[in-house]
Structure formats: structure tokens, C-alpha cells
Design a protein. Structure first.
Length: 365
């Protein structure tokens, strides 16, 4: 007997492509949002040291105190966010799962940009909530003016993701201030997914948590430190919410990875300035290579482009790309529209160049 709520979930379109890549011979893979570099050596060393000294057992559910204290301090210092409390989670996906289960009642409305990361809509529906998909085409900007028409008395939560997946678009400080004013007016909780904050090519990233106390900020280390398989994230915000997430984590994830927590606590602050410059060049390589054949909004962050398909639907175009051994993601995985596709430039330059060549040939159909 399968629970009825499972009918509200579709299999992830991203994971389908991930599985397909394992079966193909040397594909040009521009589909997966995973850095192409490895975990920094000093963090790997600290992880090995933690394992060798026996840091392999359960930690406290909240996360080890030294890591919690360090992260709260960094949020205040680097983003101007004075979060009341924090929980270390199994990646940002773990934080999102806990938060939605704690916060969303049946019938509650959740404001989500269209397009957006796949989990937001599905987690809302899984919890019995109603996703309100805010149309942000053609520039993909989530603004107070665009949000306002979707508001109803049942609207409870607004999700912000800046820099954004799948578009790479960033919210400006002024846009965040205006959204904060709207959220305050309607007493909304804001969930701010900041997992890509280190990939900020124009040095304009700000957290809405700087302007609005009712923000549940989420971040992690999968993208910035290339530890996608380590599953390390956190949520920081009002104690009343964090305490309920802690309660639920006791019965679900129990705690985040013990050795990874100790490694990150020991490693301290790590800034991958060389990586940022490298990824800026990858972005420019991909954007400049495609802009004459595709309509693309140049991203200010993350490591994605979200071009418009030059012909057909996104599924038809993606199928044609796969026939040429190129893996990309149909835009309808992230959106109600079938007009775009996502490219990840978190890949070797040679792979990016091969992808550009294939895509430019496909545009000529």
C-alpha cells in the first residue's frame, strides 16, 4: 500500500538525466549542477583526521557546537544576518524537507518563482500546500511587483533563491529590500536558499536576512566546496522554527555527517577566489559561444544558463541533443513552460566547447 501523498511527487527530471549519463559512452554532460573540482585538500585531511580519531558516531542533533558557533558568526560578519539559532542538516535538501514538514499545513500557499529549483514545488504539494508560481519571464527577476498579484489571505511562505537555479539570475539589494517590505506587510515567512552565494560574479550578493528578521536562511557546502556527496548544509533563523526542525530531525535524519562536521569546524573559513574567477571565465565562454544563436539572459551567479529553445518544445530539443550525445535538462523540469533548457557550465573547458559546438549546430535545424 503506497500512501496517497506520493502521487503528488514526480520522479526528478534531473536525476533521470543523471541516470542516463551512466549508460552513455563519453557523453558531453552539461546537465548536472555539480562542481568539476574536488574538495580542498585541507578539508579532506581534516576529514581523514576526524575519522582516524574516532569522530564517527552520532553528534548532537543540532550539530557540533563549534561548527554552529562558527557559522552563526560568519553569517553576521559576511552577510549582516543575526540569526537566532541554527541547525546542521543533510544538505540544503535536508533543510528544505525539515522546514516544509514543520511549516506547511494543508491549504497553505507558498510563493515560488517560475522557473525555480525542482524541490520547492514538489515539497509544497507533498505537504498538502498550494504552490503559487510567480511568472518571472522573460528576465527571471523575482520582484515585489511580480509577487503582489499572487498574494491571498492563505499565503504563508515566500521562497527566494539568489543566485538562482536554473537561471543564474541574482536579486539586487533594492529588489530584496522591496520584497522584505512586502513580506513584512503580509507577515510572510521568507525561506532564502543561498546555496550558490559564493558564485557571485559581479560582487552584488546580499541576503534578504539582512533586511527581514522572519527569514529562514539555508546554505551548505556542496557547491562552494564541491562536497555534494558529503551532504552538509544548515538552516539559520528564528528559534521557534529551528527548535521544531530539531525535534523532527531527531526522528528522521538524526544528525548530519559526523566526520564532515568536524572537518568543516577545523578547516575554518575557506574562500575559493581562484574558483570564482575560473567559473566566471566558464560562464563567459558558454555565454559568448551561444549568444548569437540563442536568446539567453546572462547570469550573474551560480553556474547555469537557461537559454530559450530555438525550435520545438524543450523536450523535443533535449531529445535531439541526446541524439548528439549531449546531456542538458528540459526547462519544464523547473517551470510550467516548455520553452527553455538548462545548461550547467560546471565542467571542463573542453567539455563546454564541445557542448557549444553541438548546440550551435542544433540551432540551425
Amino acid at each position: 500500500m503506497i500512501a496517497d501523498r506520493m502521487s503528488k511527487l514526480d520522479s526528478s527530471g534531473i536525476r533521470k538525466i543523471f541516470d542516463l549519463a551512466q549508460k552513455m559512452q563519453n557523453p558531453v554532460n552539461l546537465s548536472i549542477g555539480q562542481p568539476d573540482f574536488d574538495v580542498p585538500e585541507d578539508i579532506k585531511t581534516e576529514a581523514i583526521n576526524a575519522i582516524n580519531r574516532g569522530a564517527n558516531k552520532y553528534t548532537v542533533t543540532q550539530g557540533i557546537p563549534e561548527l554552529c558557533k562558527s557559522l552563526l558568526g560568519r553569517l553576521q560578519k559576511e552577510r549582516g544576518v543575526n540569526a537566532e539559532n541554527i541547525i546542521i542538516t543533510s544538505g540544503v535538501s535536508g533543510a528544505l524537507t525539515l522546514a516544509f514538514l514543520v511549516l506547511v499545513n494543508p491549504g497553505d500557499e507558498v510563493l515560488i518563482s517560475d522557473p525555480s529549483f525542482v524541490s520547492y514545488k514538489h515539497l509544497t504539494k507533498f505537504c498538502g500546500g498550494v504552490p503559487l508560481l510567480v511568472d518571472t519571464y522573460p528576465d527571471f527577476k523575482l520582484t515585489a511587483a511580480r509577487i503582489q498579484p499572487y498574494m491571498t489571505p492563505k499565503t504563508r511562505i515566500l521562497i527566494i533563491n539568489s543566485p538562482a537555479n536554473p537561471t543564474g539570475v541574482m536579486s539586487s539589494p533594492q529588489e530584496l529590500k522591496e520584497i522584505a517590505e512586502l513580506a513584512k506587510k503580509h507577515d510572510l515567512l521568507v525561506i532564502s536558499d543561498e546555496i550558490y552565494h559564493d558564485y557571485d560574479y559581479n560582487h552584488e550578493f546580499e541576503s534578504i536576512g539582512r533586511y527581514y528578521d522572519r527569514t529562514l536562511l539555508m546554505d551548505g557546502f556542496s557547491k562552494s566546496l564541491a562536497m555534494t556527496g558529503w551532504r552538509m548544509g544548515y538552516a539559520a533563523g528564528p528559534s521557534a522554527i529551528i527548535n521544531e526542525m530539531l525535534k523532527l530531525q531527531q526522528y528522521t535524519f538524526v544528525c548530519a555527517s559526523s566526520f564532515a562536521q568536524h572537518a568543516l569546524a577545523k578547516a575554518g573559513e575557506i574562500h575559493l577566489h581562484g574558483v570564482l574567477e575560473s567559473y566566471r571565465k566558464k560562464r563567459d565562454l558558454m555565454y559568448d559561444g551561444l549568444k548569437d544563436k540563442y536568446h539567453i539572459v546572462k547570469p550573474g551567479g551560480a553556474f547555469y544558463l537557461f537559454p530559450q529553445v530555438p525550435w520545438g518544445t524543450d523536450e523535443e530539443f533535449t531529445a535531439a541533443a541526446i541524439q548528439q550525445n549531449l546531456l542538458i535538462i528540459p526547462g519544464s523540469v523547473f517551470s510550467e513552460r516548455h520553452t527553455h533548457f538548462r545548461i550547467s557550465y560546471a565542467a571542463a573547458d573542453a567539455t563546454i566547447e564541445r557542448g557549444i559546438d553541438i548546440l550551435n549546430k542544433l540551432a540551425k535545424r
